[in-house]
Ligand binder design. Structure first.
Ligand code: AMP
Length: 211
């Protein structure tokens, strides 16, 4: 199964992606995670991406498109994949269309999770991440057992630089201007989900579409 999950930052894409990928046994491809991993390892991509990520702007299309091309050609993507955080611009969506055509494959589902801006700011400002293993927590609904400590690896939790309120506001503006036009681009195939419900209700709504 080949799926795209669309939606503003903080709409729950990452959380829902994990469940979907487990259910259908497909790889979870998050461009944000790949970029953060590159930043952590100080690679060339990481060094050029960091300045955009820190202020909540989009990393240039060329970098992202090249990264996705390489990732989709890996063996584990043969039976399907879930794209989380990509595409984020019309140029990226057009490049993805070309790439899929070259690979003679097509998308099965495009799901858009929508959440109002104020809910997003409230959610993201309570989000904590582990810089070591990438696990994400939230003081509203996924509280770490020990304060500021990762349940999975014991590393200290932190707030991502781009989860601070002023950066979130920029990320939302960037989303509305550059990413929301994709809803129209994919209008023939897209299914809209109300992301303001609780996590398991949103999961059920998504699984109903995918099954
Ligand atoms: P995310 O974890 O998906 O919210 O992504 C974190 C940051 O990585 C974004 O705010 C962007 O700076 C960058 N990023 C992730 N995916 C993309 C993409 N498809 N295009 C451009 N920038 C991206």
């Amino acid at each position: 199964m080949r799926v795209i999950l669309l939606g503003p930052p903080g709409c729950g894409k990452g959380t829902q992606a994990e469940v979907i990928c487990k259910t259908f046994d497909i790889p979870h491809i998050s461009t944000g995670d790949i970029l953060r991993n590159n930043v952590k390892r100080n690679t060339e991509i990481g060094l050029s991406a960091k300045k955009y990520m820190d202020i909540g702007s989009l990393v240039p299309d060329e970098i992202i498109i090249q990264m996705i091309k390489e990732r989709l050609l890996e063996d584990d993507c043969k039976e399907g994949f879930l794209l989380d955080g990509f595409p984020r611009t019309i140029t990226q969506a057009e490049s993805l269309d070309n790439l899929l055509e070259q690979m003679s494959i097509s998308l099965d589902h495009i799901i858009n999770i929508d959440v109002p801006d104020e809910d997003i700011i409230n959610r993201i400002s309570k989000r904590l991440s582990c810089a070591n293993c990438g696990e994400v927590y939230n003081l509203l609904y996924k509280v770490p057992k020990k304060e500021m400590t990762c349940d999975s690896c014991g590393f200290k939790l932190h707030q991502r630089e781009d989860d601070k309120e002023e950066v979130i506001r920029n990320r939302l503006e960037v989303y509305r201007k550059q990413t929301a036009p994709l809803i129209k681009y994919y209008k023939k195939k897209i299914k809209n989900i109300n992301g303001s419900k609780n996590i398991s209700e949103v999961t059920n709504d998504i699984l109903d579409i995918l099954k």
